[in-house]
Ligand binder design. Sequence first.
Ligand code: 5GP
Ligand code: ZN
Length: 112
Amino acid sequence: MDCLFCKIINGEIPSQLIYEDEQVYAFHDIDPKAPIHFLVIPKKHIATLNDMQTSDEPLIGHCVFTAQRLAKELGCQDGFRVVMNCNELAGQSVFHIHMHILGQRQLQWPPG
Ligand code: 5GP
Ligand code: ZN
């Protein structure tokens, strides 16, 4: 499958790995928008949040808990933001769902 993040998961494209297990893969964003900016992705290819099924609920829950755990490990315990962009209208550019975790700076609201 011609998917950038599937290629990162299987090692075809290098990444700065933070954590992986059977279900999830976490790595630093190549173009960080904060001092800490990493991505948590399910190993299962799901193109957008609109393609998530009921059966994916435990998997996405595991992604969220992994994000929380790694954010703390990376020094973001005082505050961090989790973002999932769904479709181009929201700014999604890689069509394999991913959670952005941003931290270690004051973040503004609303996002652009
Ligand atoms: P989106 O715009 O789809 O919400 O987020 C995609 C993210 O993937 C962007 O923050 C972008 O910097 C990141 N990204 C794109 N290509 C690569 C890559 O090859 N390696 C890594 N580590 N991140 C990437
Ligand atoms: Zn994929």
